[in-house]
Design a protein around this ligand. Structure first.
Ligand code: ASP
Length: 447
């Protein structure tokens, strides 16, 4: 590793590498900046809507092998995807031997993870050949612990040792070596995590994550028409928004770079001139958005259990007793707003399926409330922004927008970090609530 020059680690998602044309775009991006030294590719994704990702083809093919059914035709269809790419790129490369090994390993039941990982492995080989970069097998540098979590130290040491003398390298995403010596993958979308681990290990100045959108949007485009792009967002803000369902990046991809203070830049392979979204450390003094808020996200399908008891505040252990009922049933608690004589627990409706009556009975037994009601079809909306704590009137504007739209707010929760305000509304009001908050903060500035 030449330590004199800032390093960028670049990860390309499946749609950025779905065919030869897309790979050429990715290559042009890599070649445009000598700092883009280490490349982490996904497997070829969908070329058009309705297409199948190579990873899914591999899972399906291996399922046949596992069932003892002939799978050669399915494997040939996968090989055809790569052969098409190789022909389109005009390189001299044959994957025939690789596919023979894969077929043999499938017959030996090498495992579902091994099967899925071949998508990234082979794409890595192709891209390395096209770029003229060395190929580094992720199974030699990324290691898992027996409990399935990443072996950070061993991984970091192996990556550093392997990359020290390499000016450039292609390291396939999504997999590594399990504690048992067999290939193991991250969960779906895990190439994002590989990119982050590599960036952390080489102390990159930037982790660029190239995808097919120009960054995170202030609100869900299925709800708000043509929403603005978030220019900068902190790691913590991103956690808040992704918890509420905004997803572009794998959840676990934040941690390795966050620990090293490395920013992530989400970029669009199909529009490389656009700056995308910068995900920056919490301590960063990056400008706060002109909109004051950073993003709005939300989820439906919550249930609110409202428990009332006079003098609840003086009954020691009241909340604990209610919460232990949830804990006994392994139900995660989402929010818990309270007042002097009442408390509410909000949980994901899914977790109550089939046991709602039982939970009710157990809560009554545990705390003997004066009354209790259960309300389903609740939606939660998080309005997130690091600028909130420094700006007066944010809450006032959120509630004015909702009141103006005649939306009744069922619950309000402000995180102690003052980074978010969460409001609960009826599911029927969900979309309208997001639109009116968006209008209040974004459209009023943009006009
Ligand atoms: N190819 C894997 C998937 O489809 C991993 C990734 O693309 O990040 O989930």
């Amino acid at each position: 590793m030449d330590t004199s020059m800032a390093i960028k680690v670049v990860k390309f998602g499946g749609s950025s590498l779905a065919d030869a044309k897309q790979i050429q775009k990715a290559a042009a991006i890599i070649q445009a900046d000598p700092q883009r030294r280490y490349v982490v590719p996904s497997a070829p994704g969908k070329r058009f809507s309705g297409d199948t990702k190579v990873t899914d083809m591999l899972y399906a093919c291996y399922a046949l092998a596992e069932a003892g059914v002939e799978f050669q035709k399915e494997l040939e269809a996968i090989q055809a995807r790569y052969d098409d790419i190789i022909a389109g790129l005009g390189i001299q490369l044959s994957l025939a031997d690789e596919f023979a090994v894969i077929a043999e390993n499938f017959r030996k039941r090498a495992g579902k993870d091994y099967a899925a990982s071949r998508g990234e492995y082979l794409n890595g080989k192709v891209i390395a050949a096209y770029l003229g970069f060395p190929f580094v097998d992720a199974a030699d540098v990324i290691f898992f612990q027996p409990n399935g979590s990443l072996n950070d130290q061993k991984t970091e040491e192996a990556l550093r040792a392997r990359l020290t003398d390499l000016e450039n390298a292609v390291i396939p995403g999504f997999y590594g070596c399990g504690a048992d010596g067999y290939v193991k993958t991250f969960s779906r979308g895990g190439s994002d995590v590989t990119g982050s681990i590599v960036a952390g290990a080489v102390k990159a100045a930037l982790y660029e994550n190239w995808t097919d959108v120009s960054g995170f949007l202030v609100a869900d485009p299925r709800i708000v028409e043509n929403p603005a792009v978030i220019r900068t967002i902190t790691y913590t803000e991103l956690r808040e928004l992704s918890y509420m369902g905004a997803s572009v990046l794998h959840e676990a991809a934040i941690f390795p770079v966050r620990a090293a203070g490395i920013p992530i830049n989400i970029r669009n392979t199909n529009a490389p001139e656009e700056p995308g979204t910068m995900i920056v450390p919490d301590s960063s003094d990056e400008e706060v958005s002109a909109y004051t808020i950073t993003g709005i996200a939300g989820k439906k399908q919550f249930t609110s259990i409202n428990i009332h008891k006079d003098l609840m505040n003086s009954q020691i252990g009241f909340c604990r007793d209610v919460l232990s009922v949830l804990a006994d049933h392994q139900i995660p608690l989402e929010h818990m707003p309270s007042s002097i004589d009442s408390m509410t627990v909000i949980v994901d409706t899914e977790h109550l399926k089939g046991i709602e009556e039982q939970i009710r009975t157990e809560i009554i037994k545990a705390v003997q409330p004066d009354s209790m009601d259960v309300e389903e079809n609740i939606a939660l909306i998080a309005v997130v922004g690091r600028g909130m704590c420094r700006t007066r009137g944010v809450a006032a504007r959120i509630f004015a927008a909702l009141a103006h739209a005649r939306i009744n707010v069922r619950m309000i929760d402000q995180g102690s970090s003052e980074l978010n305000v969460i409001v609960a509304v009826k599911e029927a009001d969900f979309e309208q609530a997001i639109r009116c908050i968006y209008d209040m903060f974004v459209n009023s500035v943009a006009e």
